[in-house]
Design a protein around this ligand. Structure first.
Ligand code: BTN
Length: 247
């Protein structure tokens, strides 16, 4: 991963550049990086705040050898790789909020956005977008984000070398990605569960079918969250969002 790369100054979104590169025949493991994005994309139609020189804004072009339905596993794998890299490189006590937000000190420090193109049920190309708030200061965030967003620098009290962090992340990701193709999702799931800040806690998940409240008990093979409701039944939640409570 990352042996073929493009480093750009200003782009709308590295996802768009990566999509174009796929059309032009990019190889698996190619990555696109930018110093700043003018309209970085987040999940659920949100924007990703991408000020110049302060973060890592990256899209990885992947061709995982798994069926389309297992795609959420790649997101969970990416979250595990990010979380482990943050802990090792910066000492920050990072955790994963289901499905794929990385939190530190209760606020968001990184997000993942997977976009795919499929021909039949096999996945051809997945573009895994990763945004990491590395050296942002509180004053780099607009007012409305300050209570829910943080950075590695804010949490560790130190400036983090972005090139070093990126190299460590790519190594960690590649190791897990190879292990995933060799040994399946089981070991990744265990790592995810150990890093999760969602499991065994009360949750309110906002999803397509409204809000589901209960206790998060686990993760199934497709990456769905298993929520035990007050009436004792277990509900599988495939997609949704657990809001960050400012505090
Ligand atoms: C989220 O938490 O909602 C996902 C945020 C993903 C942001 C990254 S930054 C690099 C890549 N390019 C984009 O436009 N988005 C992703």
């Amino acid at each position: 991963i990352g042996r073929s790369w493009k480093l750009l100054e200003t782009v709308e979104s590295t996802q768009t550049v990566a999509q174009q590169w796929v059309q032009d025949g990019a190889k698996e493991g190619s990555i696109v990086l930018a110093e700043q994005q003018t309209s970085g994309r987040g999940r659920m139609g949100r924007q990703w705040h991408s000020p110049i020189g302060k973060g890592i804004y990256m899209s990885m072009i992947l061709t995982p050898r798994v069926p389309m339905t297992l795609l959420p596993q790649i997101t969970l794998l990416t979250a595990v790789a990010l979380c482990r890299t943050m802990r090792k490189q910066t000492g920050v006590d990072a955790g994963i909020k289901w499905p794929n937000d990385i939190l530190a000190g209760g606020r968001k420090v990184s997000g993942i956005l997977l976009e795919s193109s499929a021909e039949d049920e096999r996945i051809r190309h997945v573009i895994a977008g990763v945004g990491i708030s590395v050296n942002l200061e509180a004053s780099d965030y607009p007012e409305e984000l300050r209570a829910i967003a943080t950075s590695l620098r804010i949490e560790s009290g130190k400036t983090v070398d972005r090139a070093e962090f990126l190299a460590a992340f790519l190594n960690e990701f590649e190791t897990l990605y190879d292990a995933y193709h060799r040994d399946g999702f089981g070991p990744i799931r265990s790592l995810w569960e150990a890093l999760s800040v969602t499991l065994n806690r009360p949750v309110a998940v906002n999803g397509p079918q409204g809000t589901i409240e209960g206790v998060a008990e686990g993760l199934d093979d497709l990456g769905a969250l298993l929520v035990r409701k007050p009436d004792g039944t277990l509900e599988r939640v495939m997609s949704g969002e657990i809001p960050i409570v400012p505090g």
